[in-house]
Write a protein that binds this ligand. Structure first.
Ligand SMILES: Cc1cc2nc3c(=O)[nH]c(=O)nc-3n(C[C@H](O)[C@H](O)[C@H](O)COP(=O)(O)O)c2cc1C
Length: 366
């Protein structure tokens, strides 16, 4: 697409639709967006009401989720012809302002083009189904690794033995989660019947479990497994990649989120399916056990499982739309009615309808 001089309602729609397509832990969508006409920037705020107090007490996974949304904003901005310039944690007095993405005029010195990833933004979904076991070719894996590195993070791609070890540690975390009543209640609150809420994960999507017990797919419901939850045979030799960063502070988490989404979109472009295994990161000792070998500084962030196979099982995860009233210039988008979905309570947290924001027009080079 060629560069557009105007940031109008349609452009904002494109940007925000891409942003909310990002993955987020338990599909909490813990973000709010706004637009600052003065700096011509999309703003990304944390919505702390969508935090997971037990699984994510420091907000690390929330920042990973928001970082993924920042990356999608950059991809969509590039698709619209802008040169996106991200600023992470730009205001020390406003810790909830996680990032801004400034829309600038492309220059000759522009970094590698993100536009080619745009079609993958809508196509990417977590696939929790068994994969075929056909290995993903090395050049594709190398491109995922390079994509993560371009965002300041690392992907460690282990051999078979080390893969098994990482999956065993993840299984140990899954067992702890499943037997911890409070944590089970927290994750269960984000499982909903299909169509019941724009947040959380439809229970038809969060399945199946591995009949052989090797692949620690997350059972959001705890013990005993939800009735009728199917068990299937997963690929024998899983392909996984550990996303890690050197530092472990909010800025690193936001970078890791961008790296995560970049790697996932690269995979998607090549027809590779992905899903995430984060359980081990939710227990400090097990997170420590996930560290990549022979690396002194390694803060594990999330384990990516990838391969060939079907799209998501069941329904795709829904998304809450940013309410039109909140798309006005200079206002943070407020996704109202916080809290997890309440099964059977319909769209309890969907935002109240508002009026259309004004057209936003900006001129190149001003
Ligand atoms: C930081 C983070 C951790 C996640 N952890 C898990 C996980 O442990 N198990 C899982 O099945 N999905 C996990 N997900 C994937 C989300 O559940 C998924 O992105 C969300 O439900 C939206 O669905 P989609 O990816 O299909 O768009 C995680 C996502 C993020 C960003």
């Amino acid at each position: 697409m060629t560069h557009t001089d105007k940031i109008n309602a349609l452009a904002l729609e494109t940007l925000l639709t891409a942003a909310v397509a990002a993955p987020s832990i338990h599909n909490t969508q813990p973000w709010r967006f706004g637009f600052d006409l003065g700096t011509r920037s999309v703003t990304v705020h944390a919505d702390r009401s969508r935090s997971l107090a037990l699984a994510d007490p420091d907000g690390r996974a929330q920042y990973l989720s928001a970082g993924s949304a920042v990356f999608n904003l950059r991809v969509a901005a590039a698709h619209l012809g802008w040169q996106p310039v991200p600023h992470l944690l730009p205001d020390p007095y406003d810790p909830d302002l996680l990032a801004t993405v400034q829309l600038t005029v492309p220059t000759a010195a522009a970094p590698p083009d993100l536009r080619t990833l745009y079609p993958a933004v809508a196509r990417r979904h977590s696939s929790r189904m068994p994969f075929t076991g056909r290995p993903v070719p090395e050049p594709v894996v190398a491109e995922m690794v390079a994509g993560a590195r371009a965002e300041g993070a690392h992907l460690y791609v282990p051999d078979i033995l080390r893969t098994r070890r990482l999956l065993r540690v993840t299984s140990a975390a899954e067992l702890r989660n499943a037997t911890d009543k409070a944590r089970t209640a927290e994750s269960r609150a984000w499982i909903a019947p299909p169509g019941a809420s724009p947040y959380g994960i439809p229970f038809t999507t969060a399945r199946p479990l591995d009949a052989a017990g090797r692949m620690p797919m997350r059972d959001f419901t705890g013990r005993p497994p939800a009735p009728g939850r199917p068990r299937m045979r997963f690929e024998r030799h899983a392909q996984v990649a550990l996303l890690w960063t050197v530092g472990d502070r909010p800025r690193d988490w936001l970078q890791a989120g961008q790296a995560l989404e970049r790697a996932l979109l690269v995979a998607t472009v090549h027809g590779v399916r992905t899903s995430l295994l984060h359980q081990a990161m939710e227990w400090p000792d097990l997170r420590e056990a996930m560290r990549a070998p022979s690396t002194r500084w390694c803060s594990p962030q999330v384990l990516i499982r990838f391969g060939y196979g079907p799209e998501a099982g069941g329904t795709l995860t829904p998304r809450a739309e940013a309410p039109p009233a909140d798309r006005r210039v200079g206002h943070a988008v407020r996704t109202s009615n916080p809290g997890p979905p309440v099964p059977g309570d319909g769209d309890r947290r969907s935002p109240s309808p508002g009026t259309d924001g004004p057209r936003i027009t900006a001129h190149r080079g001003r």
